[in-house]
Each structure stands twice: as structure tokens, then as C-alpha cells.
Design a protein around this ligand. Sequence first.
Ligand code: PLP
Length: 368
Amino acid sequence: MSDAKLQDVLSSLSEVYRQLNSIPPSPVPEAGCVKLNTNENPFALPAPVMQSALAALERQYLYPEYDNISLREAAAASYDLSMDQVIAGNGSSELLSLIYRAFLGPGDSAAMLSPGFAYNRKLAQLQGARLLEIKWGETCLLPIHKLLFGPAKEAKFILLANPNNPTGTFVPIADIESLVAQSDRLIVLDEAYVDFAPDSALRLIDRYSNLLILRTFSKSYAAAGIRVGLGFGHPEVIGRLRNIQNLFNMNVIGQAVGVSILAHRDAYDENHRHIKYERERVKFALSQLGFSVTPSHTNFLLARVPAGRDGPWWQTSLKRKKILVTVLPDDGLEDCIRVSIGTKPQMDAFLAAVEDILGAQTSRSSAV
Ligand SMILES: Cc1ncc(COP(=O)(O)O)c(C=O)c1O
């Protein structure tokens, strides 16, 4: 295609999308790396859940069930809700994108507690809307007054994750309730990491029509590649979101695995125990090595690196040793890396790589 033609094609993009760049070339697959950068849960599915996935494959020629009825019924039964209070998504990121599409038009704004899940920035941009980033209070307290009376008052909805990504911190449910009770905005509470935390806000759902809770099976149920997310809220809000979902948004495997995970949640107890144990072990080891690690209620750690280098330097140094971690685009987190908690051998490999890097630094500086 000639450049002139390409310009014609691009000029036909809708106004909002014209502002966005095309995405850069795909990164080379990271074969052979220890992947600790996207907070997956590296364990196998429990055997009955795996069997349900394989059985679902035999229904590959059929469209999936319309409106995810069986999965929504199973979730309603598991969480003591009615089916109309439940929406099922192709991962919780699909549900997030529905919320932005439903509530935000060009020029509108939503508010997010910051630092938060970076994907929200893109979702607001796609709507031609603004994402107001409201800073968490000192030691990650919920800034309720700012959310009720500051610029967030104009936002169409307020989004926060509890526990939060990327800090791993958790705020008491009483604080969330205080915000939901006093606000006239929709409060979107992303509980992606709740199974690693001490409490959940689910019990508030029947009490407040302005609360919408999101869950995912990507983190605590080891199903990131299968894409299962759930949303809980008032039937009227949930109904509006279901109404704009893609036809057949989930596939047969996601639906079947979702139902089966709900029936076998106990089978994950050992998985969760392991992750919490490794999290504390790695936190302690990193602290001994000069990192400052935020207490975490998730399956990852936010670690401030020792003085002298920044997060991207550590990310590159670890990548050379085939360990992948994340750095954060947020102000004040330039000196941090985020590390997912994996298996013991994975975490041993990570710690050994950190020790090697520190050792090489020490021998280089003592040789000077
Ligand atoms: C806070 C938060 N919300 C949502 C998601 C998206 O999860 P899913 O895999 O269900 O789309 C993530 C993934 O990292 C996350 O950290």
C-alpha cells in the first residue's frame, strides 16, 4: 500500500482512536525465562478442573452457552448471590473495559486510586475520557475525604483495587464501606488478589447499589490463560453491562473451567498456602539483601532496590539472567521492581540471580 493510501486509511480512524499510536512490533517470546512479571500462578489446575477443560474441548464445534448462564448460576450459588447480580467475562479485563464503555463518553472522567493497575489508563483513553489519578494516602490508606470532595466528585466512577496492584497493600473493608456509603458514584472495587488477603467486600453487595466488585481466576486459581473473570453488583448495573457484552464473549473451555473451579475451590488451599509462605520467605531474603519490601497481601512483592541503581537497571540485569520482573511507570516507583511469587525453584532462581548481581556490583566497586 502506498504511503498516501495509508494516510487516507489512517485518517478514517475515529477521532478518539486517531490520537493513539499503533502498537510497537511484538516482543520476541521469552522462552526459557522464569516469568515473574505478570502475577500468574504457575501451578497446574486441580485434576477435576483439568478434566472439565478437556471435556469442554469435545464441544468445540458448538457455540458456548449464551449469556454464560451455568457459570453465572454457579458463581451465584458459591457467593450467595442471585444470578442477576453476576456477570462473567473473558478475564476481568473484559469486565473493566465494559465498565469504561458503559459509563464514559468523550470528555468524561473516571477516578482511580494511584498507583493502580496501569491498563485503566488505556481504557479511559479509548473512550476519549480522562483518568484522574488520586494518590493513595500515606502508607496506602484510603483518602476518603479526597474521593468525596476533591476532583473525583465529578468522576463517573471511582476505581480501586483491594489488595492493590502494584503496591500489594490492603485497606480494611470498613474503610471501603465508609466510601461506598457516603459516595453517590459507582465504586468499582477490583478484588483480583482477594484470595491472598485477609478479607473481602463481598458482604456489602446486597447493601449498596453503587458497589461493583470484580474478581479474576487468573491469579489465585491458576487460570490466566483460560480467561475467566466475574463481576458482582446490583442487577440493574450488571444487566446494563451484560447488554453491551460481545456475543459469546467466553469460550466453552473458560465457561467449563470457571464452573469447575467454583466447585473445587478447596483444592487450591495448598496453592495459596505455598504462595503466602514463599512471599514471606522472599520478602525476608530481599530485605536481608538491602531491598525495602512493602508488606503484601497478594501473589507479588513490590521491592525498592538498594541505592545506586533504579528499577529498569535491575529489570535489565535480571533479564540477562533469564528472570523477568516488572517496572512501574508511576511517579515515585522508579526505584522499584514488582516480582510475582512462583514456585520454590523459581523463587530460588530469582534470589540467586539477585545475589549474583549484587556480588558482581560489590566486586566491581572493590576493584576500583
Ligand atoms: C488489579 C488487576 N485487575 C485486573 C487484572 C486483569 O486480570 P484478568 O487476567 O482477569 O484480565 C489484573 C491483572 O494483572 C490486575 O492486576
